[in-house]
Design a protein around this ligand. Structure first.
Ligand SMILES: O=C(O)Cn1ncc2ncnc(NCCc3cnc(NC(=O)Nc4cccc(Cl)c4)s3)c21
Length: 283
């Protein structure tokens, strides 16, 4: 019989492979759907954890948001199912794992890798450019991710970036007040728990751009209080090593702006000299 698109999956439909990683709420496993042999990542979330942290609505919102998103740089959520004590997310498998690993191994990325297209091998290593395209897509679908950080940036088998984990994202109709996201990537208005909007993702792009090029986030400090203080003051300094171009610093300075309305909009990022000059390696 032809399978209805909304097949109700169960764990018996999958052969479970190696663990890919463990998150706060459960592990992720490599898995294969038995009939189609299709490879997926299966995230196992324990219901008692979701109940304990009252995250039911957040998880439901993620599923609603994720099923409506289709973009080459957004990790797919194909579907989900549950049993007595667990919820399973059927996710696109990102063979390259977390960008975090690459960043930690390399220490920091070349401007070429960080900025944009690397035409020679026709693979888009440009993390900032891909992120900007993906965020522009999410924003036009009124979705703010709010938790963009290297751990949530995955790479597929060709090294293409995939934004993952919309566990903190929201369908933005009006200004949001929920406190979320990790420390280093929080925009000032979120640190101050003020109303925030799409522009939080623009701030985070600036934080990531800095981290890709210097290997550490811009407001890193020994204590949470110091990191908050540095974010609120936009206490930004550029180390002299590694050498980073003036254009890259200019883009970072146009994104790490306290007034969210004054941050460089996503469409202007793609036209920024640093992105353009890195677009053509022969340029
Ligand atoms: O496993 C790794 O550590 C890395 N890794 N390596 C390869 C790979 N391929 C695919 N996915 C990976 N990881 C899962 C990424 C996620 C996507 N979406 C998520 N959503 C979520 O966790 N939601 C959620 C959870 C608990 C509560 C609530 Cl409210 C929401 S997690 C992969």
């Amino acid at each position: 019989a032809s399978e209805s698109p909304k097949k109700n999956w169960s764990i018996n439909d999958f052969e479970i492979g190696k663990p890919l990683g463990k998150g706060k709420f459960g592990r992720v496993y490599l898995a294969r759907e038995s009939k189609s042999k299709y490879i997926v990542a299966l995230k196992v979330i324990f219901k008692e954890q979701i109940e304990k942290y009252r995250l039911q609505h957040q998880l439901k919102r993620e599923m609603a948001i994720q099923t409506s998103l289709r973009h080459p740089h957004v990790l797919r959520l194909y579907g989900w199912f549950h049993d007595a004590e667990r919820i399973f997310l059927i996710l696109e498998y990102a063979h390259g794992g977390e960008l975090y690993g690459e960043l930690r191994r390399a220490g920091y990325l070349s401007e070429q890798q960080a900025a944009t297209l690397n035409r020679e091998i026709e693979v888009d290593f440009g993390y900032i450019a891909s992120l900007t395209h993906a965020l522009a897509y999410c924003h036009e679908k009124h979705v703010i991710h709010r938790d963009i950080k290297p751990e949530n940036l995955l790479l597929d088998h060709e090294g293409r970036l995939k934004i993952a984990d919309f566990g903190w994202s929201v369908q933005s109709t009006n200004k949001r007040h929920t406190m979320c996201g990790t420390l280093d990537y929080l925009a000032p208005e979120m640190v101050e728990n003020k109303a925030h909007d799409y522009a939080v993702d623009n701030w985070t792009l600036g934080v990531l751009c800095y981290e890709f090029l210097y290997g550490v986030p811009p407001f890193e400090a020994d204590s949470q209080a110091d990191t908050f203080r540095r974010i609120m003051k936009v206490d930004l300094t550029f180390p002299s090593t590694p050498h980073v171009s003036t254009e890259a610093k200019d883009l970072i300075l146009q994104l790490l702006v306290k007034d969210s309305a004054k941050r460089l909009p996503l469409d202007k990022i793609l036209k920024h000299p640093w992105i353009i000059m890195n677009a053509d390696p022969n340029g």
